[in-house]
Design a binder for this molecule. Structure first.
Ligand code: DI6
Ligand code: FE
Length: 398
């Protein structure tokens, strides 16, 4: 069925300018995997197409998780226990736990095991209407494993009806064998691996972790210079645990997004606005690490910075595979409105990935939709641990 119409829908079109953009008792016409028409009256040319009455249900764009680390080996439940017995996240990282312990588990995992465990997390996202997911490397930190991670991430889109965008995160941590020699790691491993991954067509964007336990701004700018040279967009984990200047750096490079940004300030918000960079907020990490410094949401709003929300699904700081719960946390922990939360997992999340044909319901967009058994769009962020998905449409197909 390459042509179809959905009728009697409450459509949250999610325009980038903000708000739900509701069309009541509306129609969506789909042709060859794209949206052909969206509106309150059905033009005569679509009248003969097969039509499904969705009985007043809510249609949103397919949800977009724009920041995940879905591919990794092992888990860090023991570290969770350590933290609850009093150890700090940075302390555990400095003692060889944290990201570096997941690196060991990822290096020793087979390709099949990496894909199988990522699929379980991906299936959880898909069950909530997610149709586009970003996946980062960054738990290999050697050439072979970084490439294996990116290939595994791309495999996910072969195994499931979902779009995957891959980000190279070689600058995630300094591996044990380069301890205390971050610059040598960049020169000898990270940058050559970025070039190799790019020439294999595995990289959609270049990311980094700009933090006291990872890389500083001058090291990150060396990575971004290579990204620029390769014509790849950048994004950055910035200002998660401290204020190092990563947000301003991301803005200077015209980044797609600056992510976390709990410790960013008003000047950073102004810089993001001027650069057109999306602020990606990650309440799952804030919650898991029991952080107390919330991101500067008021300043982001005042400056008109587009705000996205993502799971940051990873084994350490955010073992979270629910975008609906992420929306709820964005509202409850960061004070977003339910409409901002939904923009954050649709139009603004797509923009954080540089994907132009997802995240809004408008003619020409891909027909990636979620149909929900709810009466109002605010219900999506309101409930905790409840999934009202009725139907997920990917490329026009159920
Ligand atoms: N910030 C995060 O929240 C994750 N990576 C990053 O740079 C945490 C990754 C981990 O703890 O394994
Ligand atoms: Fe992350």
């Amino acid at each position: 069925m390459t042509r179809r119409v959905l009728s009697n829908a409450q459509i949250a079109t999610m325009p980038p300018e903000g708000g739900y953009g509701i069309v009541d008792k509306g129609y969506v016409a789909i042709e060859a995997g794209r949206l052909a028409y969206v509106g309150a009256d059905l033009p005569a040319e679509y009248a003969a197409w097969p039509c499904e009455d969705v009985e007043g249900r809510l249609i949103t764009p397919g949800l977009v998780d724009c920041h995940t680390h879905l591919v990794f080996g092992g888990n860090r439940a023991l570290e969770f226990e350590m933290r609850l017995n009093g150890a700090g996240y940075e302390e555990i990282a400095r003692a060889g736990g944290g990201i570096v312990s997941t690196v060991t588990a990822t290096r020793t995992a087979t390709d099949g095991a990496l894909i199988a465990s990522a699929l379980r997390r991906l299936d959880a996202l898909i069950s909530e209407g997610v149709t586009l997911v970003e996946v980062k490397s960054g738990y290999g930190l050697d050439a072979e494993t970084e490439l294996r991670m990116l290939r595994a991430a791309r495999q996910l889109a072969v195994r499931r009806d979902v779009r995957i965008r891959t980000s190279f995160l070689g600058a995630h941590a300094v591996p044990g064998e380069y301890s205390g020699r971050a610059d040598a790691y960049l020169d000898e491993v990270c940058l050559p691996t970025l070039r190799a991954a790019h020439s294999e067509g595995l990289v959609d964007a270049v990311d980094g972790f700009c933090e006291g336990i990872a890389f500083d701004t001058s090291q990150m700018s060396r990575v971004f210079d290579v990204a620029n040279e390769l014509g790849l967009p950048v994004k950055l984990h910035a200002e998660q645990l401290s204020h190092l200047g990563g947000t301003a750096l991301a803005a200077r490079y015209g980044a797609l997004s600056a992510d976390h940004i709990e410790h960013a300030n008003t000047a950073d918000a102004a810089a993001l606005a001027a650069a057109g960079t999306v602020a990606v907020l990650l309440p799952g990490a804030f919650y898991t690490l029991r952080e107390t410094q919330a991101p500067p949401v008021a300043a982001l709003r005042d400056h008109g910075v587009p705000i996205a929300l993502a799971t940051d699904c990873n084994p350490g700081s955010s073992p979270l595979a629910s975008l609906l719960l992420t929306m709820n946390m964005g509202c409850t922990l960061f004070g977003l409105t339910p409409a901002q939360a939904l923009s954050g997992v649709t139009c603004h999340a797509a923009r954080a990935l540089g994907v132009k044909d997802a995240g809004s319901i408008a003619p020409g967009m891909r027909a990636d939709l979620a149909i929900w058994d709810v009466e109002t769009p605010g219900e999506l962020a309101y409930r905790i641990g409840f999934n009202p998905l009725y139907q997920r449409i990917f490329g026009g197909k159920e």
